[in-house]
Design a protein. Structure first.
Length: 344
């Protein structure tokens, strides 16, 4: 069992435990024994066209549901986790109504799982559906002929400047399409904003020179509302002036103008290198800020965890105090790393 996941045997409500265990074992006889003759399931927030869908046990079995549980309520009647549903993985909250040791009703609501929970539940659920020999779709084409991967995300306009996130998934009726999630975008252009170091600024220095810097990553949306990553580096060079640090506020000859260089690399799932580039940024005028920006299209890349690094960075140049050769005054900077997730 993965850390944070719950086995069926750890579920505290006996009828719920029997129900979930029967689903995992695909034991329809036990499942029928655990449910009332009037059993009904009700789903909400599963489909753009229908907020409330329901059915009996036969229709529930048709959805081929299996649940990887990440949390349960104190009374054991509400489970949160990731389910296979009509060929797709969906974050859900299952709330059971039990009478006379039978499940009378199952309310299923779509929810967003924390990233760490989702990653663990995804691995657990893949094992469960393989064990149960349930098929799930990995890719499918939309009406425009473009192939999408299960879990791909897009920005969806709700009108009046409001946006939500849509996932390429399966709706409650089994239709594969863009399904609006419950995640509303507070910023229409920014989905996630990350920084290295997380604390804000990093300081690297030599005797008479110092540089304060950080690497930013904005996970946002391109012109077609698919995901893209914008990476930017920002550095402020400083010089020591007898008693205090000052910005590089003096006009310098070209050979002494501050410059930074290093290797920018984007690595995808399974460690594959998506892009690598030797980057150089030179100051323009006092106080000679150093910066560069790169964009990475993500729409056609595999979903999963990605890492952007800026390594072997060196800052050179600056005001040549105390008779030193300013052009040779170098600072070897620590590496920068940002990890982010593409897709659901």
């Amino acid at each position: 069992m993965l850390m944070g996941m719950l086995l069926a045997t750890e579920l505290t409500q006996p009828t719920v435990r029997a129900f979930v265990d029967a689903l995992r074992e695909r034991d329809n006889r036990v499942l029928a024994d655990a449910t009332s003759d009037d059993f009904m399931f009700i789903t909400s927030d599963f489909d753009d066209d229908a907020d409330l869908l329901m059915g009996n046990l036969s229709e529930f079995l048709h959805a081929e549901a299996v649940l990887a549980v990440t949390d349960q309520s104190a009374d054991g009647l509400t489970l949160t986790g990731l389910t296979s549903w009509c060929l797709h993985f969906v974050g859900v909250r299952w709330t059971f109504e039990v009478e006379d040791e039978k499940v009378e009703r199952l309310n299923i609501a779509r929810v967003s799982l924390a990233e760490a929970d989702r990653a663990q539940a995804d691995a657990e659920l893949r094992g469960l559906v393989e064990q149960a020999r349930i098929e799930t779709f990995e890719t499918a084409r939309d009406s425009n002929g473009r192939t999408h991967t299960r879990g791909k995300l897009r920005r969806t306009s709700m009108g009046h400047g409001h946006y939500k996130v849509s996932a390429w998934t399966v709706g409650a009726l089994g239709g594969i399409s863009w399904i609006i999630t419950d995640e509303r975008l507070s910023d229409p252009d920014v989905y996630r904003a990350l920084r290295s170091p997380e604390s804000g600024e990093r300081t690297d220095s030599e005797r008479y020179h110092k540089v304060e810097s950080h690497l930013d990553l904005i996970l946002g949306w391109d012109d077609d509302s698919y995901q893209k990553a914008t990476v930017s580096f920002h550095a402020t060079p400083l010089r020591w002036d007898a008693v205090m640090w000052l910005s590089e506020n003096l006009h310098l000859v070209d050979a002494a103008v501050p410059v930074v260089w290093g290797t920018l690399t984007l690595t995808g799932p399974d460690g594959n290198v998506v892009s690598t580039e030797e980057v150089t940024a030179k100051g323009a005028k006092p106080p000679y800020p150093l910066s560069f920006t790169r964009e990475f299209a993500l729409a056609d890349l595999p979903l999963g965890r990605y890492t952007i690094t800026f390594t072997n960075a060196v800052k050179a140049g600056g005001y040549g105090a105390h008779g030193e050769d300013a052009a040779s005054a170098r600072i070897n900077m620590a590496d920068y790393t940002i990890t982010f997730t593409v897709g659901a």
